[in-house]
Write a protein that binds this ligand. Structure first.
Ligand SMILES: [Ca+2]
Ligand SMILES: [Ca+2]
Length: 151
């Protein structure tokens, strides 16, 4: 008898909640929770989500993984003429870029040109402000320098 009473009470509560709490609120809560988790582990953001969240923060980010997965190898506010040495992209960052995102703020040179050789040689392409490459195509694991520009 007692079990039955509790079950009925629970069912009654659920029914009440179901009428009081709109479905939209439940959905919003789910989104908020997911966002909180991603704030803690920003590495989980893909390229599109990274642009949505961090656009206009001033850096160009390059990733070893595709679709901006994992932590960025380097986040650079300026140019880097050689990923194998010095600067923000350095050492093992060379020839590993598999995705990139331009989070630059609006300015004269807010696009980023990428090159497969050091010294801005071997033009790969220009990544516009607020844009991303979830993969590098034939230039996967080949980027060696980048320069802010107006494309
Ligand atoms: Ca890679
Ligand atoms: Ca460098």
């Amino acid at each position: 008898m007692r079990k039955l009473t509790l079950a009925l009470t629970a069912a009654a509560s659920a029914a009440v909640l179901g009428t009081v709490v709109p479905v939209t609120t439940a959905a919003a809560d789910t989104t908020a929770s997911a966002t909180e988790v991603r704030d803690v582990a920003a590495a989980d953001l893909n390229c599109s989500e990274t642009v949505a969240k961090y656009h206009d923060t001033g850096t160009v980010n390059v990733y070893n993984a595709g679709d901006c997965g994992g932590a960025a190898m380097c986040k650079d506010v300026d140019n880097d003429k050689d990923y194998s040495r010095d600067g923000d992209c350095t050492g093992s960052d060379n020839d590993r870029t598999s995705s990139a995102v331009n989070l630059g703020w609006s300015g004269t040179n807010d696009d980023v040109r990428f090159y497969f050789n050091a010294g801005y040689n071997g033009y790969v392409g220009c990544l516009g402000r607020g844009k991303f490459w979830s993969s590098m195509g034939t230039y996967d694991d080949r980027v060696s320098s980048h320069k802010w520009a107006n494309c």
